[in-house]
Design a protein around this ligand. Structure first.
Ligand SMILES: [Zn+2]
Length: 342
């Protein structure tokens, strides 16, 4: 039986709903296929904590103005702090705008702050990304427009207060332990209130969508291996309700961990079989495994996701390096794979 969505938080995009005693969810639209990012608002004695305010564009700001009004929240004075799970623009994008209006601090993992300052640095070397994609077999014509699109930048707050895994964060009536949850980004945090069985999960565990686990130019090694170890380590946590960054709320964390683990095992097999016994570049494998009519933007994610799986296949001894310019791998025949290769 697949894990089913919760009956909580089923309001339309743009709407706000109470999802726990002191926690509300606002569905903030995003201008890409994920449709919305879930922002959470925690009621404090003297105002509100906002978790992951969303993507910064006019529709996002407008939904915040309306959502705040419906809760009787003054964006100019009632927000006490903005907490962010990870550095992606659909999560941190509105932090500067919101904290600037409210005059409140923004908090995020200290290591993630450093990564965000490097990644969203307006003078960053965009050519590095182009060379990265070409190195893994993408043709220059396809890689070039990708680089141009990447130049839309995320503005970060001038100051961000660092958080560290293992710390406790008091929010509303809850006491949340900060857990390092790598994979989707290197220093993603999730927030676990074990007494009330709540997990604020960011993009670490989503329902119906599997979080993108990719190798990007600045990613630390082995994101997929680290992701799988991280979700495996969350089995048995006291959780009755997961508040994810996208998609429906759900209750069965262990069931979802099982599904996500199986999904990646299947993807590893699919990518291994895509070699059909011959050497290939990571980009060739990405094109065989993902649908052919992807936009350049989606191709970039497909390549990053493929690289994460190939890295693990190589670590498992199922493929080996067969060339450097561009990078190529060849499958290694193992007893377990002989059946699946046919
Ligand atoms: Zn996201």
């Amino acid at each position: 039986m697949p894990v089913t969505p919760s009956e909580l938080g089923t309001q339309p995009v743009g709407g706000v709903a109470r999802v726990f005693e002191d926690v509300w969810q606002l569905k903030v639209p995003v201008p890409f296929p994920l449709v919305f990012v879930a922002s959470y608002l925690v009621r404090e004695d003297d105002g509100w904590t906002v978790i992951d305010p969303g993507f910064d564009y006019p529709e996002g700001r407008e939904v915040w103005r309306r959502g705040a009004k419906s809760l009787g929240l003054d964006l100019g004075g009632d927000i006490r702090r903005v907490v962010v799970t990870h550095l992606h623009p659909d999560h941190i994008g509105l932090a500067k705008w919101m904290s600037g209006r409210a005059g409140c601090p923004v908090l995020m993992s200290g290591m993630e702050i450093a990564a965000a300052r490097r990644l969203w640095n307006p003078t960053a070397d965009t050519d590095r990304f182009f060379r990265f994609m070409v190195r893994y077999g993408m043709d220059e014509a396809t890689a070039r427009p990708n680089v141009l699109k990447q130049s839309s930048r995320t503005e970060l707050p001038d100051e961000i207060t660092p958080l560290a895994p293992g710390e406790k964060l008091e929010m509303g009536a809850g006491s949340y332990r900060l857990i390092h949850a790598p994979g989707h980004t290197d220093h993603h945090l999730v927030f676990h209130d074990e007494h009330r069985g709540l997990l604020i999960g960011g993009d670490h565990v989503l329902l119906r969508i599997t979080p993108n686990i990719g190798v990007w130019p600045a990613t630390e090694p082995r994101p997929l291996a680290r992701y799988l170890a991280s979700v495996d380590g969350m089995r048995g946590l006291d959780v009755n309700l997961v508040l994810p960054g996208h998609g429906p709320l759900f209750h069965d964390l262990n069931g979802r961990i099982e599904e996500l683990t199986r999904h990646h095992e299947d993807r590893l097999d699919v990518m291994y079989r895509a070699y059909a016994g011959e050497p290939a570049t990571p980009y060739e494998i990405a094109c065989r495994v993902f649908s052919l009519d992807l936009s350049d933007y989606q191709l970039r994610f497909a390549l990053a996701e493929t690289l994460a799986h190939l890295e693990l296949l190589e670590e498992q001894g199922r493929i080996e390096v067969a060339g450097e310019h561009p990078v190529r791998h060849r499958p290694v025949r193992r007893m377990d794979d002989i059946g699946s290769e046919a």
